[in-house]
Design a protein around this ligand. Sequence first.
Ligand code: HSE
Length: 405
Amino acid sequence: MNIAILGFGTVGTGVYKIIKKANRQTKDLHVKYILIRKNKPETMPEMTDNIDQIVKDDSVDVVVEVIGGIEPAHQYILSALRHKKSVITANKAVIAKYMDEFTNVARENNAKFYFESSVGGGIPWIQGLERALRIDDVDKIQGIFNGTSNYILDRMKKDKKSFDEVLLNAQQLGYAEADPSADIDGYDVANKLCISADIAYNTFISPDDNLPVFGIRNISYEDLVAFGKKNLTVKLLGKSDFHDGKFDYAVEPTLCAATSMEANTPDNFNLISLHGNTVGDLKFMGQGAGQLPTANAVIQDILDILQNKAHLERDFNSGFEYVPNLMKSDYVVRSEMDIRNIFAEYQVEMHGDYFEIKDVPTGEMHQLMAIVLKQDGQAFMASYPKEAREVDSDESSEVRWEFSR
Ligand code: HSE
């Protein structure tokens, strides 16, 4: 099987390395081309800067797109599919934006479009979700979808290092995006949750749909300590619930009980969960970012094509609808300002440097928080769900109920 790899950064290099170290299963994979940017030196015989040469070569079976970003990745994927080549991509941003178009063009051209590595790195999450859907309706997806932000939150707390220092380590380890704001501000999670929701609900939700997304840019070491005093660990979660043909959607820092699996997900690991009506809760854990885990998932897709293993089909016409504000939660906000007038409709308690706001619909919370941020650019919020609170029922320690920095 002849493969072209578009892009030779972290993931592209990993795919090449694993294929070169062939085993019994991968020995028939052959990298024929590596597309590099114009004006870059062609240091290997497989390298070319000519995408047409690749898509017009009838001997190429599979195109692996790992350039990242929207354009030209979008056009290259369409061009490869239209030339009847199967496409595998790890590029979350482009899939989330064009999932419906890629799926349709692949179907019209009898080609495969697979993207296991795009969500959860090396974790077989897409495969697990599709497998659950063969039998079940999935009515909940929730989890840690971003390795970089998880690494930052975990290492800041354990190593007592600053946000910037830990982010630099994540970049050096090849976890962070070229522009790490996607990791820090929640947009990478948003893309991965869109992809997961597209599959789970067989409907297309675009990351351009003004979805509630709040990241970890403003978190401080003192916040982690304050939450720790309450036996809570903050994690950046993607969440979606489904009821009666409607689903909601949010990306937000969330306080998790220190004993929960989420709180104990370390380093660059992801932990993604689903709930199905017969299977119940399933949790998938593994390295969500990094060269070889991500490349491993790309090669799993290549082997599925080689071995003719079909994935779940979808047409995105379930008619299910995204409805903000289906979910409600308590929230904790840290702000220099007195924010009680902004949340006048809700019950607000002050705890030291923090405000605890009760029972706020998620979409509404994100809108009100945008108002807070206009006046206090350093403010931080986290959802404080009931599950996290129930564990903390130890009345003996008053200090644990007091958020203070
Ligand atoms: N930057 C991403 C992350 C890479 O940290 O999760 C994997 O998608």
